[in-house]
Design a protein around this ligand. Structure first.
Ligand SMILES: NC(=O)C1=CN([C@@H]2O[C@H](COP(=O)(O)OP(=O)(O)OC[C@H]3O[C@@H](n4cnc5c(N)ncnc54)[C@H](OP(=O)(O)O)[C@@H]3O)[C@@H](O)[C@H]2O)C=CC1
Ligand SMILES: Nc1c(N[C@@H]2O[C@H](COP(=O)(O)O)[C@@H](O)[C@H]2O)[nH]c(=O)[nH]c1=O
Ligand SMILES: [Zn+2]
Length: 345
């Protein structure tokens, strides 16, 4: 692996740390290298706080070395005044002579302008180092700006014989197929996304709360589908633990979002785009998951294949046009991750 790639790999590791807190900002990673030694590191602070480049620069003890160092950063340094001043200006001010960038920012206010500021000030700029990996690291941000919709993760657990739930059950709570560790992992995943969506039948059958209670981090905004507005406040999804929006035809309260239900999937995506909800994890049931698959609007599916046998039940959704990427064992459960065939280009 080239030296550029090695340091970018480290920047990618750092980017991961900031993921859940930085939302809706992309969590960027940055590394400062002086004569083949890392002298500074940083990642994006919680939303509204400093960007990765600022944190990396501030972490350097001997600031006099900056004018002989190289900055590695997963995403093009910003050029606009957002919640913080432009990082490109700071890099110029600190006289850092060389910047290695993973991928260009897709956000119209930046898109190439950060690189231009650096070049106009005589800084050597190298772009496209581990570009695909950096785009993947910022997949929510890229999808949101380029496709004008949230990044969509489908998630479900299925029995060894391919069902997500029994047809009939006596209690209004989930029938757990996956184990306690898998469920804790789900809570971590929830903390990494801005919103979570379920269908009406799941609310009725499981009375889910959809929180991150067995993991640290924010609860996502809850979304559910209820065309005829029949779910009442006794259901946990409408408690105070997180904001909740209902997609419906009939408006009864402030948090009811009236949509025409002509193309539900697109209408939900449009709402998320307007609300700056950059990612959604969809946790079922079958009809809701299958609607997104059939519309071709999803990015990733995470499926817990468990050892439970149900014999009959509600069939798991059927994915189309995908590749399997990884599978990981969590005791007797196996998590399979699939990606939809698509790219950012
Ligand atoms: N193992 C697992 O991981 C999971 C299992 N489950 C299980 O799945 C079962 C529920 O699944 P399922 O019956 O498929 O129901 P859903 O939870 O997907 O809810 C279906 C309802 O959502 C609305 N809806 C969904 N898609 C559309 C669409 N394209 N257009 C219009 N409305 C839509 C409709 O509501 P309306 O009637 O208001 O129009 C429909 O009746 C439960 O038993 C639950 O326990 C659920 C989640 C995960
Ligand atoms: N049955 C099942 C899942 N079910 C999903 O979890 C929801 C319950 O969330 P909560 O109320 O926050 O615990 C439920 O409504 C459904 O969306 N998830 C899994 O990881 N494994 C499982 O076996
Ligand atoms: Zn910045």
């Amino acid at each position: 692996m080239s030296v550029y790639k090695q340091y970018m790999q480290r920047a990618l590791q750092l980017a991961k740390i900031g993921l859940a807190n930085a939302l809706p900002n992309p969590s960027v990673g940055a590394v400062i290298v002086y004569k083949d030694t890392i002298i500074g590191e940083g990642y994006t602070s919680a939303f509204g706080g400093s960007h990765a480049e600022v944190n990396a620069i501030n972490s350097v003890k001997n600031q006099a070395l900056l004018n002989e160092s190289t900055l590695y950063v997963t995403l093009e340094p910003c050029s606009h005044f957002g919640k913080t001043p432009p990082c490109a200006n700071l890099i110029v001010e600190k006289k850092i002579p060389k910047v290695v960038i993973g991928c260009v920012d897709p956000f119209a206010k930046v898109a190439g302008k950060g690189i231009q500021i650096l070049k106009d000030n005589g800084i050597e700029v190298i772009t496209g180092v581990l570009e695909k990996e950096c785009q993947q690291s910022h997949k929510r941000f890229f999808t949101f700006h380029l496709k004008k919709r949230p990044y969509i993760i489908l998630k479900w657990a299925q029995s060894a014989d391919g069902f997500i739930a029994p047809i009939e059950k006596d209690k209004h709570e989930p029938v757990w197929l996956s184990n306690a560790y898998s469920r804790q992992l789900t809570h971590k995943w929830r903390s990494e996304e801005m919103a979570i969506l379920v269908g009406k039948q799941t609310v009725l059958d499981d009375n889910p709360s959809l929180t991150t209670r067995s993991w640290e981090g924010k609860n996502p905004v809850r979304l559910f589908i209820d065309a005829n507005n029949g779910i009442d406040n006794s259901f946990q999804i409408l408690n105070e633990e997180a904001p909740t929006y209902r997609f419906t035809k009939i408006k009864k309260s402030e948090k009811d979002v009236v949509i025409p239900f002509k193309n539900m999937v697109q209408e939900i995506c449009d709402f998320c785009f307007e609300q700056n909800l950059q990612s959604v994890i969809i946790e079922g049931g079958r009809q809701t998951l299958q609607s997104f698959i059939d519309a071709g609007i999803w990015d990733e599916a995470r499926v817990f294949k468990t050892s439970v046998i149900l014999n009959k039940g509600i069939f798991a959704p059927k994915l189309m046009d995908f590749q399997k990427t990884t599978s990981v064992l969590i005791e007797e459960d196996c998590v399979w991750v699939y990606k939809k065939n698509q790219s950012f280009h």
